[in-house]
Design a protein around this ligand. Structure first.
Ligand SMILES: CC(C)(COP(=O)(O)OP(=O)(O)OC[C@H]1O[C@@H](n2cnc3c(N)ncnc32)[C@H](O)[C@@H]1OP(=O)(O)O)[C@@H](O)C(=O)NCCC(=O)NCCS
Length: 160
């Protein structure tokens, strides 16, 4: 499967939101997905399938979304809210490439920190972010409704 990453612009938001609702596993509601895409400081990137029958873009101009990252930029801090990749295409580097592209794009306008919260038991995502030079800087005990702790991860160094 070939894919291409791109940032999302307002005309495509509705159709992308629909696909993001399919891909995500976090149980975000439609309103939360839309807020993630359109709210203040919203930044979203998608990995869009290219080539083959399923790779064709629909009339809306959006292809099959295989993965996405939704973040918020607040002055010089980027909060990464949600990252997900379709289960059938995981472990091919899609999430890593999406986050790298997002960070490369945000660095241009001066980025001091990228940060996020993660369920302490989400080992796949933890390894993903540690590989992207994030470090664990804190823990919120019993942060999630099911009693799981949240880990706070941060990256401050964007030198290449
Ligand atoms: C976490 C998630 C986004 C990773 O997406 P992905 O495209 O499969 O990840 P990548 O292929 O880019 O993997 C990059 C690195 O992450 C780590 N990683 C990813 N999946 C892993 C797994 N199942 N087991 C161990 N390490 C894993 C590895 O270090 C991997 O590097 P490597 O393949 O060179 O060893 C995906 O598993 C997912 O959508 N999970 C459900 C949603 C979620 O938990 N999101 C994160 C919290 S918001």
């Amino acid at each position: 499967m070939k894919w291409e990453n791109r940032g999302i612009k307002p005309p495509n938001i509705a159709i992308v939101a629909e696909q993001i609702e399919e891909v995500q596993e976090a149980g975000w509601t439609h309103a939360q997905v839309l807020l993630g895409l359109e709210g203040p400081g919203a930044v979203a990137w998608i990995a869009e399938e290219r080539g083959g029958h399923s790779g064709k873009r629909s009339r809306s101009g959006v292809g099959v979304v295989q993965g996405f990252v939704v973040a918020r930029r607040i002055v010089d801090v980027l909060e990464i809210d949600l990252v997900a990749v379709r289960p059938s295409v995981r472990r091919r580097g899609i999430a890593r490439a999406l986050i790298n592209d997002l960070l490369d794009h945000e660095i241009v306008s001066g980025l001091a920190e990228a940060r996020l919260e993660l369920a302490s038991g989400n080992h796949e995502a933890r390894l993903l972010y540690l590989g992207l030079r994030f470090v664990v800087v804190g823990r919120r005990t019993r942060y999630y409704p099911d009693g799981e702790d949240a880990l706070l991860l941060s990256r401050l160094d964007f030198s290449s």
